[in-house]
Design a protein around this ligand. Structure first.
Ligand code: GTP
Length: 653
């Protein structure tokens, strides 16, 4: 699949850096799934392409292409949605090859595949030219990120399409992300074309999967395509069905400009590059446009299509999708879902826009405090293009200077950590992830708590508190029936409430649970996989806030609270977690010359206590006068051991 770098920009807002939305690809170059090439039966595939030669407008011809020859009725904007690994990238490659947009010869194998994890979530658009029944078509394939953390981005890129290919693996059948993506597309009113992939696999059960598609989505499967994206089998049927089934965009070129931004990235040479769908009107080089969200004005410097890289056309008109380089200096100003209009012709923005929302927060601290400045530079660079990360400086008594970073979800956080370590050679401590809790006061005001240290002690809330709330998610879990018991136990232990369950076929079950977000940000996914031998799939969507009996637990070492270890828990978890943490800390803190007392407390009430006896009984202890309140230097290593191995699994009841 093609992929592209997004190097974020930073906007300083008081002391907070809000980094613009959209963690996507890291490479700024063409990526073609090299891992697939050796398996393709090239003879068949190339002969299939040759058959299509007459219908191709290949790269050489693009110089003669005049976009004005593509009115809306000759345009189709579509995407491919699928569960992870069901073959989305492979199919996209085949379609690009089939239309001559990329060549299928082996020279494309040398690919800049710098960072796998990053590549996975690129939103990439590519325009293809295709002749069908003697008519030339402009087909815009809009790729979507493949992970639950990026649901908002997926939904916005779907808005730029009129239809989508719902790709399902013939051996695995419908999985949780298939369901989540289906509903995102369904809610946007898109035409959905189901396609069954991997029919070459010995374990393929296309009939069974067709039944699942019918019963789960009530889609018409009478003309369903059965394909092998790997060998190319059946792929030539896809584009004709895209043209016949998906409606053309309905925009009007004579109306005032309405341009919809669904992706952006930062290019060191030209600045911010936006991907936009021109919903109505026409946009051309030199035009002055305004963001409906920020009301900032920009001048269009370059405009064109992605084919697969930027190809300047000088304009785009209603229904077309392409890139726009304007005088936008920082990617933080490119808000996914924003609408742009001509400066003299304001229009109503398209609905559904939401500013970036971090849902998982963690403290990041250098292990070696001398590394702070270097790490600060690395974090700034890394987040330059990531609008969905929020950063705030944080000072911890225990861990020194660091940052409080907000992510879209845990995968997003893992990617960030991995990049920091791999690309910037950083050694960091990342504190236990936490979610934003809400305090609603009696006077009607509300405060979001993103860091447990900000959570008021019970005394401070007296006579002021109306209610405490925590963020909830609606989880979709699909699994073979035999694992149901174990997964129901798991969801129960994470304060989950079953909303419904249904059989998708005689042996597979789809369950819906409402679960507090805090319960899935640590090890829920790993636990789900291990309890179901890898067969359960999981996806979730935001369910807003719900009243909850949450409390802040402090950890005291020799009576002094350790700020970096404060955590917010549901009251039902306090006894267990309190005991567990005290015990684990007593295992990772080395013996001192004096006694070390570890306590976990809630509002001054001790939940658990552990004592690490002094190293040896000698006069030294006496010299210190047995002062248990003395401040011990908790070694960084102890923190590291505790935070990286210790606290993650501890929220289980
Ligand atoms: N046998 C077989 N394997 C396939 C087929 N299509 C894709 N694959 C394999 O399935 C794996 C995943 O394919 P991708 O195209 O990367 O899937 P994806 O949906 O883009 O995955 P993500 O990018 O991780 O979301 C790769 O190992 C492919 O070689 C197919 O038709 N038959």
């Amino acid at each position: 699949m093609i992929s592209r770098a997004i190097f974020p920009n930073i906007k300083s807002l008081n002391n907070t850096y809000i980094i613009n939305r959209s963690l996507k690809c890291i490479t700024n170059s063409l990526y073609i799934s090299k891992r697939l090439r050796p398996y393709i039966n090239y003879d068949n595939w190339i002969s299939l392409q040759k058959k299509n030669q007459s219908s191709l407008s290949n790269l050489q011809n693009i110089k003669n292409i005049d976009l004005s020859k593509f009115p809306a009725e000759n345009i189709r904007n579509f995407s491919i949605i699928a569960h992870v690994d069901h073959g989305k990238s492979t199919l996209a490659d085949r379609l690009l090859e089939l239309t001559g947009t990329i060549s299928s010869n082996h020279s494309h194998q040398q690919v800049l595949d710098k960072l796998n994890v990053e590549r996975e979530r690129g939103i990439t658009t590519c325009s293809m030219f295709y002749k069908y029944k003697d008519k030339d078509y402009l087909l815009n394939l809009i790729d979507t990120p493949g992970h639950v953390d990026f649901n908002y981005e997926v939904s916005r890129s779907l808005v730029a399409c009129q239809g989508t290919i719902l790709l399902v693996d013939a051996s695995q059948g419908i999985q949780a992300q298939t369901v989540a993506n289906f509903f995102l597309a369904f809610n946007e009113g898109l035409t959905i074309i189901p396609v069954i992939n991997k029919i070459d696999l010995p374990a393929a059960e296309p009939d069974r999967v067709i039944n699942q598609v019918e019963s789960t989505f009530e889609l018409d499967t009478s003309e369903i395509s059965l394909i092998s994206a790997k060998s190319g089998l059946g792929v030539d049927k896809i584009l004709p069905s895209v043209i016949e089934k998906i409606p053309p965009p309905s925009g009007d070129v004579n109306k005032p400009l309405k341009a919809f931004l669904f992706d952006s990235w930062y290019d060191t040479y030209v600045g911010v590059i936006c991907l936009m769908e021109i919903v109505d009107g026409k946009l051309q080089k030199g035009d002055k446009i305004v963001s409906a969200y920020s009301e900032k004005m920009y001048e269009v410097i370059d405009i064109g299509i992605m084919h697969p890289e930027q190809f300047t056309t000088g304009y785009l008109h209603a229904g077309q999708v392409g890139y726009v380089v304007c005088s936008m200096k920082v990617a933080a100003e490119a808000h996914v879902g924003d609408t742009f209009y001509h400066i003299k012709n304001p229009v109503d923005p398209l609905p559904g826009f939401e500013p970036a929302k971090s849902m998982v927060f963690a403290g990041v601290f250098p292990i070696d405090t001398n590394e702070f400045n270097r790490l600060d530079e690395s974090i700034t660079k890394l987040t330059l293009n990531d609008a969905s990360v929020s950063i705030q400086r944080e000072t911890s008594m225990a861990l020194g200077q660091g940052w409080r970073i907000g992510f879209l979800g845990t995968l997003h956080m893992d990617v960030f950590k991995q990049r920091l370590e791999e690309e910037h050679d950083a050694n960091v401590i990342i504190t236990q992830p936490t979610v934003p809790y809400k305090i609603v006061y009696r006077d009607g005001t509300a405060k979001l708590i993103r860091n447990p240290t900000e959570f008021p002690e019970p005394m401070e809330l007296q006579n002021k508190l109306s209610e405490l709330q925590e963020p909830m998610i609606l989880a979709t879990i699909i699994l073979p029936e035999e694992y149901m018991g174990s997964i129901i136990d798991l969801c129960g232990s994470r304060r989950g409430e079953q909303i419904e369950y249904n059989y998708m076929d005689e042996s597979r079950v789809i369950m819906k649970y409402s679960i507090p977000l805090a319960e899935i940000v640590t090890d829920f996914h790993d636990e789900l996989k291990s309890r179901s031998s890898g067969y359960a799939s999981f996806d979730y969507e935001d369910m807003g806030y719900q009243i909850s009996d949450i409390v802040k637990m402090n950890v005291l070492i020799n009576k002094k609270p350790v700020d970096a270890l404060a955590t917010i828990l549901h009251r039902s978890q306090v006894a267990n977690v309190g005991r567990e943490w005290a015990k684990k800390l007593s295992e990772v803190i080395p013996k001192q010359l004096y006694e070390v007392i570890i306590q976990t407390t809630i509002g001054g009430k001790v939940i658990a206590r552990e004592t690490i006896p002094a190293m040896r009984k000698n006069v030294t202890a006496k010299c210190y006068g047995g002062d248990v309140t003395r401040n011990i230097e908790l070694p960084q290593k102890a923190f590291y051991d505790f935070l990286s191995k210790g606290s993650g699994t501890s929220k289980k009841k």
